[in-house]
Design a binder for this molecule. Sequence first.
Ligand SMILES: [Zn+2]
Length: 317
Amino acid sequence: MSEISGQAVLQERDELLRFGLGHGQLRGVAISLDDSWHTACANHAYPPAITALLGECVAAALCMVAMLKFDGRLILQFRGEGAVSLLVVQARTDLSFRVTAQWRDSLDGASLNQPLSALLGSGQLALTLEPTDGVRYQSLVAAEGVNIAAALEGYFAQSEQLPTRLVLAADAQRAVGILLQQVPGEGGTPAERARAAEAEFEHGAALIQTLTGTAGQQELRTTAVPELLHRLFHQEALRLTQISPVRFYCGCSRAGVGAMLRSLGADELAQALADSEVPGHVAVHCEFCGADYRFDAVDVAQLLREDSVAPPEATRH
Ligand SMILES: [Zn+2]
């Protein structure tokens, strides 16, 4: 890596870049997760293969959520019988994210580059779009292909009207992704526009495809995003249109956990107090950020009293 791109890595961190290419018939987003990615992994001892899979899922989810035309969030979730038993990625349109995974002991120490089928077995990823105002929509994505980008291309082919290509790479240091999408062009007949757009898309897709081999993945993981885009698209009239910060944000809170516990009811809470591994407390661990919440018998009694009145959040305003 050149010294210039080395410096750029230090400068261009935790950002999502929007860009346009060519004659306006291609748009894309590119993302680099750095400190936010370290924070997301800090409280988990993920094996390398899980780190790579999760990082690619987060980069993909944020690239996809950045293309949405509404406020809300995108959730990528998997439950299965393979080496990975649970995977949850939540990305919001403000470009914050949180993520967690569970795996079976068989995976400990497994190497970075595992095919998707070795990690997930057979199964389906649930991809949910959740507008802040509106109806949630879920698609099922077959967990097929060599990696998560290949699996998601199956989703794009089925659910998106616009041709879309995605490349991803991740390790413990960084998670990186580039999403390229065809947009309807202007001028000429619809058939002419479609042909021109398709030709541009195929050309752009071929360029990002160079980042999928072993050397390409290494390049994707270690190059600053602006430098990467310049290398790929310097002959395609590359235009950077917007740069936005990306952050890890869990959003869990004592009030939220309290509301969840309250919903369990008095009997179940009494049982939880009796069975707790933390004597005298109901203990709740956030699987996303690692926060621990503890409620003793007095707290639990208080929660149950609140059951009959408005929650404090509602009365404060
Ligand atoms: Zn949390």
